[in-house]
Design a protein around this ligand. Structure first.
Ligand code: PBG
Ligand code: ZN
Length: 336
Protein backbone atom coordinates (compact mmCIF):
# COMPACT_ATOMS: atom_id res chain seq x y z
CA UNK A 1 0.00 0.00 0.00
CA UNK A 2 1.08 3.56 -0.72
CA UNK A 3 0.88 4.69 2.91
CA UNK A 4 3.03 1.77 4.00
CA UNK A 5 5.60 2.77 1.43
CA UNK A 6 5.50 6.44 2.55
CA UNK A 7 5.98 5.40 6.16
CA UNK A 8 8.92 3.24 5.24
CA UNK A 9 10.54 6.03 3.21
CA UNK A 10 10.01 8.75 5.82
CA UNK A 11 11.56 6.56 8.48
CA UNK A 12 14.80 6.60 6.54
CA UNK A 13 14.77 10.27 5.48
CA UNK A 14 17.55 12.62 6.44
CA UNK A 15 16.72 16.15 7.60
CA UNK A 16 16.46 18.65 4.75
CA UNK A 17 14.64 21.81 3.66
CA UNK A 18 11.67 21.68 1.33
CA UNK A 19 12.09 24.67 -1.02
CA UNK A 20 9.61 22.93 -3.34
CA UNK A 21 6.83 23.97 -0.95
CA UNK A 22 7.01 27.46 -2.44
CA UNK A 23 6.73 26.12 -5.99
CA UNK A 24 3.84 23.80 -5.47
CA UNK A 25 1.04 25.76 -7.16
CA UNK A 26 0.71 28.70 -9.55
CA UNK A 27 -0.75 30.77 -6.70
CA UNK A 28 2.17 30.11 -4.38
CA UNK A 29 4.70 30.70 -7.15
CA UNK A 30 3.06 34.03 -7.97
CA UNK A 31 3.02 34.95 -4.27
CA UNK A 32 6.79 34.48 -3.83
CA UNK A 33 7.87 35.89 -7.22
CA UNK A 34 10.65 38.46 -6.76
CA UNK A 35 10.74 40.12 -10.17
CA UNK A 36 7.86 41.22 -12.34
CA UNK A 37 7.69 42.20 -15.96
CA UNK A 38 5.02 44.43 -17.48
CA UNK A 39 4.45 46.44 -20.67
CA UNK A 40 5.20 49.65 -18.75
CA UNK A 41 8.82 48.43 -18.48
CA UNK A 42 9.34 48.70 -22.23
CA UNK A 43 10.55 51.39 -24.59
CA UNK A 44 9.97 50.57 -28.26
CA UNK A 45 12.55 51.69 -30.87
CA UNK A 46 11.26 53.07 -34.18
CA UNK A 47 13.16 53.70 -37.42
CA UNK A 48 11.80 56.63 -39.36
CA UNK A 49 12.53 57.16 -43.06
CA UNK A 50 11.71 59.75 -45.71
CA UNK A 51 8.87 59.17 -48.14
CA UNK A 52 5.20 58.32 -47.92
CA UNK A 53 3.39 55.14 -47.07
CA UNK A 54 6.65 53.36 -46.35
CA UNK A 55 6.52 50.32 -44.09
CA UNK A 56 9.56 48.31 -45.10
CA UNK A 57 10.51 45.23 -43.07
CA UNK A 58 14.13 45.04 -41.94
CA UNK A 59 15.38 41.67 -43.16
CA UNK A 60 17.66 40.92 -40.21
CA UNK A 61 15.00 42.08 -37.73
CA UNK A 62 11.76 40.27 -38.66
CA UNK A 63 8.71 42.17 -37.42
CA UNK A 64 10.55 45.52 -37.30
CA UNK A 65 10.01 48.16 -39.96
CA UNK A 66 11.38 51.35 -41.41
CA UNK A 67 8.40 53.69 -41.29
CA UNK A 68 7.63 56.98 -42.99
CA UNK A 69 6.26 59.83 -40.87
CA UNK A 70 2.73 59.33 -42.20
CA UNK A 71 2.73 55.74 -40.89
CA UNK A 72 3.60 56.72 -37.32
CA UNK A 73 0.05 57.49 -36.29
CA UNK A 74 -1.08 53.86 -36.69
CA UNK A 75 2.11 52.59 -35.12
CA UNK A 76 1.86 54.60 -31.91
CA UNK A 77 -1.89 54.10 -31.51
CA UNK A 78 -1.16 50.38 -31.13
CA UNK A 79 1.55 50.97 -28.55
CA UNK A 80 -0.67 53.02 -26.34
CA UNK A 81 -3.30 50.31 -26.31
CA UNK A 82 -0.69 47.77 -25.25
CA UNK A 83 0.46 49.88 -22.30
CA UNK A 84 3.92 50.65 -23.69
CA UNK A 85 4.83 54.09 -22.35
CA UNK A 86 7.37 55.34 -24.86
CA UNK A 87 9.38 55.13 -28.05
CA UNK A 88 13.01 55.68 -28.96
CA UNK A 89 13.38 57.37 -32.34
CA UNK A 90 16.06 56.82 -34.96
CA UNK A 91 16.03 58.80 -38.19
CA UNK A 92 17.33 57.74 -41.56
CA UNK A 93 17.67 60.77 -43.85
CA UNK A 94 17.80 60.61 -47.64
CA UNK A 95 20.83 62.87 -47.82
CA UNK A 96 23.94 62.24 -45.78
CA UNK A 97 27.06 64.41 -45.70
CA UNK A 98 30.36 64.85 -43.89
CA UNK A 99 28.88 67.21 -41.29
CA UNK A 100 25.73 65.22 -40.49
CA UNK A 101 23.68 68.32 -41.26
CA UNK A 102 20.47 66.28 -41.40
CA UNK A 103 20.88 65.52 -37.71
CA UNK A 104 20.13 69.07 -36.53
CA UNK A 105 17.87 70.23 -39.35
CA UNK A 106 14.73 71.67 -37.67
CA UNK A 107 12.79 69.95 -40.46
CA UNK A 108 14.86 66.77 -40.36
CA UNK A 109 13.41 63.30 -40.26
CA UNK A 110 13.51 62.83 -36.48
CA UNK A 111 12.29 66.36 -35.78
CA UNK A 112 9.25 65.79 -38.01
CA UNK A 113 8.66 62.38 -36.45
CA UNK A 114 8.70 63.87 -32.95
CA UNK A 115 6.16 66.53 -33.93
CA UNK A 116 3.91 63.94 -35.58
CA UNK A 117 3.93 61.59 -32.56
CA UNK A 118 3.29 64.49 -30.19
CA UNK A 119 0.40 65.61 -32.39
CA UNK A 120 -1.17 62.15 -32.33
CA UNK A 121 -0.49 61.36 -28.67
CA UNK A 122 1.08 64.05 -26.46
CA UNK A 123 1.27 61.59 -23.55
CA UNK A 124 3.50 59.03 -25.22
CA UNK A 125 7.08 59.46 -24.05
CA UNK A 126 9.28 60.40 -27.01
CA UNK A 127 12.98 59.72 -26.57
CA UNK A 128 15.38 60.60 -29.37
CA UNK A 129 18.70 58.96 -30.11
CA UNK A 130 21.36 61.63 -30.51
CA UNK A 131 24.21 60.49 -32.74
CA UNK A 132 25.68 61.37 -36.10
CA UNK A 133 26.20 57.95 -37.66
CA UNK A 134 22.84 57.81 -39.45
CA UNK A 135 23.51 61.25 -40.92
CA UNK A 136 27.14 61.09 -42.04
CA UNK A 137 28.07 59.83 -45.50
CA UNK A 138 30.96 57.89 -43.93
CA UNK A 139 28.75 56.29 -41.26
CA UNK A 140 30.87 57.37 -38.30
CA UNK A 141 29.44 58.89 -35.11
CA UNK A 142 30.97 62.33 -35.55
CA UNK A 143 33.20 64.64 -37.52
CA UNK A 144 36.21 62.90 -39.05
CA UNK A 145 39.73 64.29 -39.06
CA UNK A 146 41.69 61.87 -41.20
CA UNK A 147 40.31 58.46 -40.33
CA UNK A 148 39.41 59.25 -36.72
CA UNK A 149 36.29 60.72 -35.16
CA UNK A 150 37.39 64.04 -33.66
CA UNK A 151 35.94 64.29 -30.17
CA UNK A 152 35.89 68.04 -29.66
CA UNK A 153 34.70 68.91 -33.17
CA UNK A 154 31.80 66.49 -32.68
CA UNK A 155 30.51 68.03 -29.43
CA UNK A 156 28.87 71.13 -30.96
CA UNK A 157 27.18 68.90 -33.55
CA UNK A 158 25.70 66.69 -30.82
CA UNK A 159 24.64 69.68 -28.74
CA UNK A 160 22.93 71.28 -31.72
CA UNK A 161 21.20 68.02 -32.58
CA UNK A 162 19.90 67.55 -29.03
CA UNK A 163 18.57 71.13 -28.95
CA UNK A 164 16.73 70.60 -32.25
CA UNK A 165 15.11 67.43 -30.86
CA UNK A 166 14.03 69.26 -27.70
CA UNK A 167 12.69 72.14 -29.79
CA UNK A 168 10.62 69.65 -31.80
CA UNK A 169 9.09 68.37 -28.57
CA UNK A 170 11.21 65.38 -27.50
CA UNK A 171 10.67 64.45 -23.84
CA UNK A 172 14.16 63.00 -23.34
CA UNK A 173 17.34 63.10 -25.43
CA UNK A 174 19.61 60.05 -25.46
CA UNK A 175 23.17 60.58 -26.71
CA UNK A 176 24.63 57.28 -27.99
CA UNK A 177 27.89 58.48 -29.54
CA UNK A 178 30.30 57.89 -26.61
CA UNK A 179 32.29 61.10 -27.17
CA UNK A 180 33.92 62.46 -24.02
CA UNK A 181 32.18 65.54 -22.65
CA UNK A 182 29.01 65.16 -24.69
CA UNK A 183 26.65 65.13 -21.73
CA UNK A 184 28.15 68.38 -20.42
CA UNK A 185 27.99 69.94 -23.89
CA UNK A 186 24.38 68.87 -24.43
CA UNK A 187 23.29 70.01 -20.93
CA UNK A 188 24.87 73.43 -21.46
CA UNK A 189 23.21 73.86 -24.84
CA UNK A 190 19.79 72.68 -23.64
CA UNK A 191 19.89 75.03 -20.66
CA UNK A 192 20.99 77.95 -22.80
CA UNK A 193 18.15 77.41 -25.27
CA UNK A 194 15.24 77.23 -22.86
CA UNK A 195 15.19 73.44 -22.44
CA UNK A 196 16.44 73.19 -18.88
CA UNK A 197 13.69 70.68 -18.06
CA UNK A 198 14.55 68.18 -20.81
CA UNK A 199 16.35 65.20 -19.22
CA UNK A 200 19.40 63.50 -20.71
CA UNK A 201 19.39 59.73 -20.79
CA UNK A 202 22.97 58.89 -21.66
CA UNK A 203 24.20 55.66 -23.15
CA UNK A 204 26.79 55.80 -20.39
CA UNK A 205 28.19 52.29 -20.74
CA UNK A 206 27.97 51.40 -24.40
CA UNK A 207 30.20 48.63 -25.66
CA UNK A 208 31.76 48.16 -29.10
CA UNK A 209 29.55 45.17 -29.84
CA UNK A 210 28.91 42.77 -32.71
CA UNK A 211 25.32 42.65 -31.43
CA UNK A 212 24.62 45.95 -33.26
CA UNK A 213 24.88 44.28 -36.69
CA UNK A 214 21.16 44.16 -37.60
CA UNK A 215 20.62 47.73 -36.32
CA UNK A 216 23.17 49.03 -38.78
CA UNK A 217 21.13 47.51 -41.60
CA UNK A 218 17.97 49.06 -40.14
CA UNK A 219 19.52 52.50 -39.59
CA UNK A 220 21.78 52.35 -42.66
CA UNK A 221 24.63 53.42 -40.41
CA UNK A 222 27.42 50.92 -41.06
CA UNK A 223 30.76 52.76 -41.11
CA UNK A 224 32.32 52.84 -44.59
CA UNK A 225 35.67 51.88 -43.08
CA UNK A 226 37.05 51.08 -39.65
CA UNK A 227 34.93 50.53 -36.56
CA UNK A 228 33.78 52.30 -33.38
CA UNK A 229 36.38 50.94 -31.00
CA UNK A 230 38.07 54.30 -30.44
CA UNK A 231 34.98 55.52 -28.57
CA UNK A 232 32.70 52.61 -27.64
CA UNK A 233 33.88 50.46 -24.72
CA UNK A 234 35.97 47.31 -24.84
CA UNK A 235 33.74 44.30 -24.01
CA UNK A 236 36.50 43.05 -21.70
CA UNK A 237 36.05 45.92 -19.24
CA UNK A 238 33.61 46.04 -16.33
CA UNK A 239 35.20 48.45 -13.84
CA UNK A 240 35.63 51.02 -16.58
CA UNK A 241 31.84 51.06 -17.07
CA UNK A 242 31.40 52.40 -13.53
CA UNK A 243 33.82 55.19 -14.35
CA UNK A 244 31.94 56.05 -17.56
CA UNK A 245 28.64 56.19 -15.67
CA UNK A 246 30.08 58.31 -12.85
CA UNK A 247 31.45 60.80 -15.36
CA UNK A 248 28.15 61.07 -17.26
CA UNK A 249 26.21 61.62 -14.04
CA UNK A 250 28.73 64.20 -12.99
CA UNK A 251 28.27 65.99 -16.32
CA UNK A 252 24.52 66.11 -15.75
CA UNK A 253 22.98 62.89 -17.05
CA UNK A 254 19.59 62.24 -15.44
CA UNK A 255 19.17 58.63 -16.51
CA UNK A 256 21.64 56.03 -17.74
CA UNK A 257 21.69 53.20 -20.25
CA UNK A 258 23.78 50.04 -20.30
CA UNK A 259 24.06 48.51 -23.76
CA UNK A 260 23.89 45.73 -24.94
CA UNK A 261 21.92 43.91 -22.25
CA UNK A 262 22.30 40.15 -22.35
CA UNK A 263 26.05 39.73 -22.47
CA UNK A 264 26.34 42.61 -20.01
CA UNK A 265 24.02 41.57 -17.19
CA UNK A 266 26.98 41.88 -14.80
CA UNK A 267 27.38 45.52 -15.80
CA UNK A 268 23.66 46.12 -15.24
CA UNK A 269 23.95 44.57 -11.77
CA UNK A 270 27.10 46.58 -10.93
CA UNK A 271 25.49 49.82 -12.14
CA UNK A 272 22.31 49.12 -10.16
CA UNK A 273 24.35 48.64 -6.99
CA UNK A 274 26.70 51.59 -7.50
CA UNK A 275 24.30 54.33 -8.69
CA UNK A 276 20.92 55.36 -7.43
CA UNK A 277 19.46 56.65 -10.71
CA UNK A 278 16.95 55.16 -13.16
CA UNK A 279 18.74 52.47 -15.14
CA UNK A 280 17.68 51.35 -18.59
CA UNK A 281 19.11 48.38 -20.44
CA UNK A 282 19.14 48.23 -24.24
CA UNK A 283 18.18 44.76 -25.47
CA UNK A 284 19.83 45.36 -28.86
CA UNK A 285 19.17 44.28 -32.42
CA UNK A 286 21.47 41.25 -32.44
CA UNK A 287 19.88 39.89 -29.29
CA UNK A 288 16.47 40.23 -30.94
CA UNK A 289 17.70 38.69 -34.20
CA UNK A 290 19.08 35.61 -32.44
CA UNK A 291 15.75 34.79 -30.84
CA UNK A 292 13.85 35.44 -34.07
CA UNK A 293 16.23 33.25 -36.07
CA UNK A 294 16.09 30.35 -33.62
CA UNK A 295 12.29 30.65 -33.51
CA UNK A 296 12.08 30.51 -37.30
CA UNK A 297 14.09 27.33 -37.27
CA UNK A 298 11.70 25.92 -34.72
CA UNK A 299 14.52 25.39 -32.25
CA UNK A 300 13.14 27.33 -29.29
CA UNK A 301 9.82 28.37 -27.80
CA UNK A 302 9.83 32.04 -28.80
CA UNK A 303 7.10 33.16 -26.41
CA UNK A 304 8.78 31.70 -23.32
CA UNK A 305 12.33 32.53 -24.34
CA UNK A 306 11.49 36.18 -25.02
CA UNK A 307 9.76 36.71 -21.69
CA UNK A 308 12.50 34.85 -19.81
CA UNK A 309 15.14 37.01 -21.51
CA UNK A 310 13.39 40.27 -20.66
CA UNK A 311 12.76 39.11 -17.11
CA UNK A 312 16.46 38.31 -16.67
CA UNK A 313 17.38 41.86 -17.67
CA UNK A 314 15.03 43.24 -15.03
CA UNK A 315 16.25 40.75 -12.44
CA UNK A 316 19.81 41.93 -13.07
CA UNK A 317 18.70 45.40 -12.03
CA UNK A 318 17.35 47.31 -15.02
CA UNK A 319 14.31 49.48 -14.32
CA UNK A 320 13.34 49.80 -17.95
CA UNK A 321 14.22 47.94 -21.14
CA UNK A 322 14.56 49.31 -24.64
CA UNK A 323 13.47 46.35 -26.74
CA UNK A 324 12.26 45.40 -30.21
CA UNK A 325 10.23 42.66 -28.50
CA UNK A 326 8.11 45.32 -26.74
CA UNK A 327 4.94 44.84 -28.80
CA UNK A 328 4.89 41.08 -28.84
CA UNK A 329 6.03 40.78 -25.24
CA UNK A 330 3.24 43.14 -24.15
CA UNK A 331 0.68 40.97 -25.94
CA UNK A 332 2.11 37.79 -24.45
CA UNK A 333 2.23 39.26 -20.95
CA UNK A 334 -1.42 40.19 -21.34
CA UNK A 335 -2.34 36.58 -22.11
CA UNK A 336 0.14 34.92 -19.75
C1 PBG B 1 24.00 54.77 -32.90
C2 PBG B 1 23.34 53.59 -32.27
C3 PBG B 1 23.59 52.22 -32.46
C4 PBG B 1 22.65 51.53 -31.71
C5 PBG B 1 21.88 52.47 -31.06
N1 PBG B 1 22.33 53.75 -31.40
C6 PBG B 1 24.56 51.53 -33.34
C7 PBG B 1 25.98 51.70 -33.18
O1 PBG B 1 26.49 52.26 -32.20
O2 PBG B 1 26.66 51.27 -34.11
C8 PBG B 1 22.49 50.03 -31.64
C9 PBG B 1 21.13 49.54 -31.30
C10 PBG B 1 20.87 48.11 -31.64
O3 PBG B 1 21.74 47.34 -32.08
O4 PBG B 1 19.71 47.72 -31.47
N2 PBG B 1 25.23 55.14 -32.43
ZN1 ZN C 1 26.55 56.52 -33.75
Amino acid sequence: MISDRADAVSATLPTFQRTRRLRNSPAIRAFVRETSLQPSDFIYPLFVVEGEEVRREISSMPGQYQLSVDRLEDEVAGLDALGIPGVLLFGIPNLKDGEASGAFDPDGIVQRAVREIKRVNPDLLVITDVCACEYTDHGHCGILVGDLVDNDLTLPLLARTAVSHAAAGADIVAPSDMMDGRVAAIRLALDASGHAMVPIMSYAAKYASAYYGPFREAAESTPRFGDRRSHQMDPANAREAMREIAIDLDEGADLIIVKPALSYLDIIRDAREAFDVPLTAYNVSGEYAMIKAAARLGWIDEWRLTLETLLSIKRAGANRIITYHAREAAVWLGSA
